[in-house]
Design a protein. Structure first.
Length: 198
């Protein structure tokens, strides 16, 4: 077993934002391999984040983004469990990034569950009509793929994150969730453009 140095623990801590003891434990488990330890951290972080998802997130902040021309802006409510995390710099930065993201991408809904059933049915109908010339056995698969793409455009949590499009907005929030140890969620948002009807 490789000896775990303080330098390796600090490097891993900077990379993941986890506590010292957690970093040392993961590095020990990964036999000093940083990449393997990071994979373990992600796996465990996501599992712990899923367990936290049911906990009440009643603290948080409202973030505002006003575009430089003052003709458009966004309000977003980002929730967490405690005021301590709401004042955390990483949480504040996440709120700012989400407001900017919403301004740039104009999502219509926070999560898939927020999309009214009649809107989903209409989209499915449209996509099925678009694939009517394809073989019967693949029409449904193509339509489902098109619906997933539509969700990635219309639903905030499904969208590719503008600062790193290799991750979805959900992945970015889950990353902060796993580092803070709290349930973090977007409660709601509003996007305003001068002269544009809601």
């Amino acid at each position: 077993m490789a000896a775990i140095t303080a330098q390796a623990v600090n490097e891993f801590r900077k990379k993941t934002g986890l506590g010292l003891m957690e970093c040392k434990k993961l590095l020990t488990e990964a036999d000093g391999d940083l990449a393997k330890a990071e994979t373990l951290a992600k796996e465990r972080g996501l599992k712990q984040a899923e367990l936290r998802a049911g906990r009440a997130a009643t603290a948080g902040r409202v973030e505002v983004y006003i575009h430089h021309d003052a003709k458009s802006g966004v309000l977003v409510e980002l929730n967490c469990e405690t005021d301590f995390v709401a004042r955390n710099d990483e949480f504040k930065q996440l709120a700012k990034d989400l407001a900017l993201h919403i301004m740039a991408t104009n999502p219509k809904y926070v999560r898939r569950e927020d999309v009214p059933a009649d809107v989903v049915e209409e989209q499915k109908r449209i996509f099925m009509s678009q694939v009517g010339d394809k073989p019967q056995n693949i029409q449904e698969k193509i339509a489902v793929g098109k619906l997933d793409s539509w969700y990635a455009e219309s639903v905030l949590l499904d969208q590719p994150f503008i600062r790193d499009d290799s991750k979805s907005v959900r992945d970015v929030i889950m990353g902060v969730n796993s580092r803070t140890g709290e349930n973090i969620s977007v409660a709601r948002f509003a996007r305003f453009v001068v002269g544009e009807e809601r």
